[in-house]
Unconditional design. Sequence first.
Length: 457
Amino acid sequence: MNTTLFFKRAICSALLIGSFSQAQADVQVTLDEPDWSFSYRQSKGAHHSGRVNRDEGKFFNDVQPLLQKQDYKGVIQAYDTYQQEHESVSATLHEMMGQVFLSVKRNSDAKKHFELALTEDAASATSHRGLSMIYMLEENYPKARDHVVKAIELGVTDSQVYGQLGYLNLQLEKPRSAIGAYQNAMMLEPANGQWAQGLLFALIASDALPQASALVSEMLSEKPDSPRLWLQRSQIAMKGQDDLTAISSLETALTLGEKRPDNLTTLAKLHVKSGSPNRAVDLLSDNAATLLASNNDGAQTMLDIANWLAASQDWKNLSGLVTTLDKNSKRLSSENVASLNVMKANLAISNNQTSKAQDYLLSAIKSSPANGDALMTLAALLRKQNKDENAKMYYLRAEALPAYKERAMLGRAQVAINQKQYNDALGLLRQVYKSNPGRNDLLSNIQSLENIVKNAS
């Protein structure tokens, strides 16, 4: 489901038809993340022996050698000839031809035969199973589920049908229902690891965290080298706000080869949150090429963490991250380069290099005029230098940006106070408080300014 872990499109990978007398067909549908396979079999509990006339009986016997050789095209040619000579076809023959057409991926023809079989005999569990597979391939999960449920009602009770029902319930965002289906599949086929994997997905999606944690621990005892299981363990831990377990699980996944940008940035953020920013910076620096590749938010994550480091005055780690970004500046957009220059300016300010900081900020504003951080930082720098009119100009520019409007107005108010323009400062504070009544911290300042203005009049 983010995880933030999901299922991709189902792919029909194989179909095997054996002797028709065994009435069995295997269809494997493989799904990425992780790989799933569902076998389409005639269940003994749902065995259906429809009536066939003498001609159909002969046809079944004639095509047996073709079925055994998996010569499905030969079966189709024989059926075309048979159909031209006979006006009606039984449900049993439609069932078989549905399976044959499914084997050569002629799904529309297969669907037609299964539907015709159900028209003749609504209790054809084989046809319901076939249609469920076809609708899964079409990603029509509601219809696929309807046919799976009908097959179960008609007596199909194998692990595959319950596993398929669990998968469909997950696709339809019914994880609690999926739990029961996967538990049934595990009960019937405990050695099939994909049922445990499906159950784990369902438990996580339904927030049954203690059960999910117990299951993933059991699965890890059998497959300790599975990156996916460690990622799922971290997902469970994050849902339970257990950051330390989430971090240790993600770190283990990394040692096992996990390198996806999303997971790297998640781990870095967790390290920052838990108080180990140095490890976060090391992670980001070591994997900069991957994180700064196109089509991911690695650059933004790195800049967000840089902002946090600047706000925390962690100049050592900020310097390391800025150095990494600077080495990879060609991979950054113009907006990100501007943000990088703001970080350089913060470092320069921390070292009292005012002129250098101003150059970085002016460069940032030139390349990205709407960079609110650059405007606000430069305005504050100019204000501290008592360059009030210049500071006011940059505060006004920042004020035009909704995300920075309140902070910019407060900056202008401070400039007005510095210039002893108390009435202007009072008006600005009143505007801020009116638009944000939750800023009770402004009330004492407003009252002080009101007294100053009153005494001056």
